[in-house]
Design a protein around this ligand. Structure first.
Ligand code: UTP
Length: 287
């Protein structure tokens, strides 16, 4: 089996929950303190062995490409000033990592975004998909673990997280087989079930390793009532064709597509910094 070296970053969504900020700033460039969400996602991918980054963008998202461009003049200035810490912050992408930008054309859903990567993926090649707005802080690299599991048998592998009953209706929820440590075979995915009818407490989150065959399934997937092609619908079909397995996330995840998740993610990271921690505690004690 070919090594998994390509990751798709769908960044073509409208980010309506963050308007008006997302009029000019893609949601994926919103920062957790000082580093944009997309930068965290790219670092996770590179650490997991990814060599080619495929960004599926909308027309207004040149800022993402700009973020990964080198800034030679400023870099040289910081070097002359002996400010290596600032040089490190400017170096957002190792030189050897390839990046490709593919326009989505219209925001017709996550499934449609992933489908745009088809020309970049070879037959029998598996690839990763990372949703940068699912911000994860974990000791073990979540994508690396997905890749390890996917490579044992070549099956599509997704990441799931235990979700509280009052939130389960916002997720695609797996019907699992027998757990084997942190991974499990998936028999079905139920989209946004109510707590009483959910087949498990495990919701699908934004890390996937998929086979090339998913593209032909996506190409035949019908649009939903919102005129979007849903990746979940293709995954359900994939269960029948190739099988599907899920890995339980170990670590903390914040849904930074929501305002609550974004604020909590910032707080979570800020509390890890000694100075910010003290300032936040002092501020909250006076609230
Ligand atoms: P979301 O469901 O969060 O949608 O997309 P959104 O448009 O970004 O945000 P809201 O709901 O309007 O606030 C999940 C992921 O799929 C990407 C998004 O960029 C995000 O990473 N996506 C979604 C696309 O790339 N294209 C689409 O057409 C839709």
């Amino acid at each position: 089996m070919k090594k998994i070296t390509k990751a798709v970053f769908p960044v073509g969504g409208m980010g309506t929950r963050f308007l008006p900020a997302t009029k000019s700033i893609p949601k994926e460039l919103l920062p957790i303190i000082d580093k944009p969400l997309i930068q965290y996602a790219v670092e996770e991918a590179i650490e997991a062995g990814i060599e080619t980054l495929i960004f599926i963008t909308s027309a207004s998202k040149h800022a993402i490409s700009d973020h990964f461009d080198p800034m030679p003049d400023l870099r040289a200035k910081f070097l002359r000033q002996n400010k290596q810490d600032l040089v490190n912050k400017l170096d957002t992408l190792p030189i050897e990592v390839k990046r490709v930008f593919v326009p989505q054309g219209q925001p017709l859903g996550l499934g449609h975004a992933v489908l745009q990567a088809e020309p970049m993926v070879e037959e029998d090649e598996m690839f990763a998909v990372i949703l940068a707005d699912d911000f994860i802080q974990a000791d073990k690299n979540p994508l690396r673990r997905l890749i390890e599991v996917a490579q044992t048998n070549g099956r599509a592998t997704i990441s799931v997280e235990s979700v509280e009953p009052d939130r389960i209706s916002s997720y695609g929820v797996i019907a699992p087989d027998e757990w084997q440590g942190d991974f499990v075979g998936v028999n079905d995915i139920v989209e946004k079930p109510d707590a009483a009818s959910a087949p498990s407490r495990f919701g699908v989150i934004g890390r996937y390793v998929l086979p090339q065959s998913v593209f032909s399934i996506l190409a035949q997937t019908q649009m939903d009532h919102n005129q979007e092609i849903q990746l979940t619908d293709a995954l359900k079909e994939l269960i029948k064709v190739n099988g599907l397995q899920a890995v339980k996330l170990t670590g903390e995840r914040f849904d930074c597509g929501s305002q609550e998740g974004f604020v909590l993610a910032n707080l979570h990271v800020a509390m890890q910094d000694e100075k910010l921690n003290l300032q936040i505690r002092s501020y909250l004690s006076n609230c």
